[in-house]
Design a protein around this ligand. Structure first.
Ligand code: PMP
Length: 704
């Protein structure tokens, strides 16, 4: 990690941070969030805080274990290029594979049989070999892995994994909990609830409290009655749990699925099923503990691996689970007054003006928020886990492409909802709540938004937390994973034809406008015209980049454009504060953002970027120049970032990095130049798309 001091206005030294690889960014503590609505719903006299382990670099608590296990292995001589075997499934497998990718270790994962298609695809993209063993238990799988390792004379990581989980959670998870409690003085921890698979993390946490002589803290592990929830109780170390006094509770599978869906929809806590099960038990425990107790629930992982599992109604029905599926939401009427379609997405609401002396911007309708670089350990709501994403220096990809300079990537997939659009969703809702523009957000209001998905996820998240109804209109091209993420957060999703132009009554914009005219108390926040869109990036994202880069000068910033909010907001701030820096916008072939307007509008696969009109939120004059992108290069680069840097990014991220490297080469940037690239989202939305070789092959994207 490098601390980048820079003199602040008040003369003190600000300390921003950049990371030398994504594993360093994992040193950041994960936040605690109180469950406010469930407290009211269950009339609890105690507080439950959830620890968001799904915001770790590969999406789970297992990242901590994997990091530690490889550290142990390195201490006894495992080095870059070595082969290593490990037994793992699910989130743990992804964590080991991600750490191995960063460290350049050739990993083979041995797993018992399971139904984890999404996980297998991620593992494959991370470049590990996966061996599915013809066994059903972890102990059998472990024995076979060890035997294979011995035969082939390969190092087997298994010998370290239990200890690594124990130590990592003792040293990190438990300490982070205590640090958070001390900082916020929210009272003393009464219990820590955590799902059990091996139980080693729970034992580590219990050992921490034992070591401090604090015998008042109960550590409660949760398993599933019939071992049917993924990654719960499948590899239990009973002796270890007993030794450290971890209590054990059991949940019913279907009840856990139903409750986890409820947790996501009411609190915006996008947790996996074992985590939901733990929260369910924590609620029961809260009713048993003395009033005023504090319970911490460690959330094992997030929704990523389960978008084709318990979050998918088709899966619920096919597997006959006792879980209520979602009801169909409203559809627009077939007849409508053509007047409702009168709308101009090319006009920004209000006016931006620039002070000719200070060069800083203001907006006619909105007061700006002051930049705050702090990352509190205890948040008010999960919406505060938006922003302050890590800036990571690429280690391998630039060199592999003949680029000498330093390339830093801003990992926006680490936002609470998984993308950079969480920022604008939160900001647009805040502005509407404060100013009543573009509509009043009274209780019961319905937010309707046309989006390519990520704004929809951000708005669904904000709506869940703030208690609004939400309808998302989205072209069919966008992934089913995005739709399931939004539906899980309680939104209704309406799919529209890809080929409908923005001004068609059948496009995502047209359908949103028609619905708005039909539904009482409906507000379209409208990311194409809302000043909160560029503003979120002007006030915060760009400031974070400047702060974290500290005294390292910035030469080039490369950003993709959809609504143009990102590129406009960041560009204005960068030009204001660093006049020598250049900002490049990347626009796909088939879109007209880079102009001229008469360019051929065509289909392309990368999601979230480009448009067939110039959104009001895009100020093309803020951008120094444009690059035009292709699908194939974009997806191949995203896959390369995943495989060689362990950066689990989405397709437009690959697009931004590929064309950033092209710019570096064409400008012949020297070794000491610094380039910043924003990675808008992560793999979660695309596991059945560009991560999947079949999908890539069908489109000839893997052809040489
Ligand atoms: N990439 C992805 C994956 C997105 O969802 C978006 C938002 N549409 C962008 C890039 C572009 O961001 P903006 O709308 O701020 O231009």
């Amino acid at each position: 990690m490098s601390q980048n001091g820079v003199a602040a206005n008040n003369g003190s030294t600000r300390k921003g941070v950049t990371y030398n690889n994504i594993l360093e960014a994992a040193q950041r503590p994960t936040p605690l969030v109180p469950l406010r609505k469930l407290k009211v719903e269950h009339q609890l006299q105690s507080d439950i805080y959830v620890k968001l382990e799904y915001l770790n670099i590969a999406g789970s608590l297992e990242d901590r274990t994997a990091d530690k296990a490889f550290q142990f292995a390195e201490e006894i001589g495992v080095v870059r290029g070595d082969k290593v075997f490990v037994t793992a499934g699910g989130s743990a497998a992804i964590s080991y594979a991600t750490v191995a990718a960063v460290k350049g270790i050739k990993l083979t994962i041995y797993a018992p049989k399971g139904e984890f298609a999404l996980v297998d695809t991620v593992l494959h993209t991370l470049g590990v070999d996966v061996v599915e063993l013809p066994v059903t238990t972890y102990s059998e799988a472990r024995a076979q892995t060890e035997e294979a390792a011995q035969q082939k004379n390969v190092f087997c990581l298994n010998k370290f994994t239990t200890n690594a989980a124990f130590v990592a959670n003792l040293q990190k998870t438990a300490c982070e909990i205590e640090r958070a409690m001390n900082n916020k003085s929210i009272g003393k921890v009464g219990a820590v609830v955590i799902p059990l698979n091996t139980g080693a993390p729970a034992a580590g946490i219990a050992a921490y409290y034992k070591g401090t002589g604090d015998h008042g803290v109960r550590v409660v592990g949760v398993t599933c009655k019939k071992d049917t929830i993924p990654e719960m109780g499948l590899d239990l170390k009973k002796d270890l749990l007993q030794e450290y006094g971890v209590e054990q509770r059991e949940v019913d599978e279907d009840e856990a699925y139903a409750f986890t869906r409820h947790l996501i929809g009411t609190e915006g806590i996008m947790a996996g099923p074992s985590s939901g099960a733990a929260v369910l038990e924590a609620i029961k425990l809260a009713k048993e503990l003395p009033a005023g107790s504090t319970i911490i629930v460690v959330l094992q992982d997030g929704i990523r691996n389960y978008l084709r599992h318990f979050l998918d109604d088709d899966w619920i029905t096919a597997h006959k689970k006792n879980v209520v599926t979602r009801k169909d939401g409203p559809q627009p009427n077939s007849t409508y007054d053509p007047k409702v379609l009168e709308y101009d997405p090319t006009k920004l609401a209000g006016e931006w003006t620039q002070d000719p002396v200070t060069k800083s911007w203001s907006h006619s309708d909105v007061e700006f928020n002051e930049f705050n670089p702090e990352r509190p350990l205890v948040l008010d709501t999960v919406l505060d886990a938006i922003g302050k994403t890590p800036l990571v220096k690429l280690q391998h990809v630039p060199k592999a492409h003949g680029v000498k300079c330093n390339v830093y990537v801003k990992c926006e997939y680490m936002n609470a909802g998984g993308s950079t659009k969480d920022r604008i969703a939160k900001r647009m809702v805040e502005i509407a709540e404060k100013t009543g523009r573009p509509g009043k957000l009274v209780p019961g209001v319905t937010l309707i938004e046309p989006t390519s998905g990520n704004t929809g996820i951000g708005l669904s998240l904000a709506s869940a937390v703030r208690g609004y109804k939400c309808i998302i209109t989205m072209p069919k091209k966008m992934s089913k994973e995005k739709a399931i993420a939004m539906a899980s957060l309680g939104s209704t999703i309406i799919r529209t034809p890809n080929e409908a132009g923005f001004d068609s009554p059948h496009s995502h914009i047209g359908v949103a406008l028609r619905l708005k005219s039909e539904i009482q108390d409906a507000v379209v926040l409208d990311q194409y015209c809302n000043p909160g869109n560029p503003l979120a990036h002007y006030e915060q994202t760009a400031e974070e980049i400047i702060y974290d880069m500290g005294d390292k000068h910035i030469d080039l910033v490369v950003l993709t454009a959809g609504t143009g909010g990102t590129v406009t907001g960041i560009s204005r701030k960068i030009h204001e504060k660093i006049p020598t820096a250049k900002v490049v916008g990347v626009d796909p072939h088939g879109s007209i953002l880079a102009g001229p307007a008469e360019t051929d509008i065509d289909f392309y696969e990368v999601e979230g970027i480009g448009y067939d009109f110039l959104p009001g939120t895009l100020d093309t004059s803020a951008i120094d120049y444009w690059a035009k992108s292709h699908d194939k290069e974009s997806f191949l680069m995203a896959r390369e970032l995943i495989r060689t840097e362990g950066i689990l990014c989405g397709g437009s991220s690959g697009c931004a990095v590929h064309y950033a490297l092209e710019e570096c080469k064409s400008l012949n940037l020297p070794a000491d130049a610094n380039v910043v690239v924003l990675l808008p989202d992560g793999i979660r939305n695309y596991i059945t798309k560009f991560l999947d070789d079949d999908w890539m092959n069908e489109r000839h994207f893997l052809d040489a």
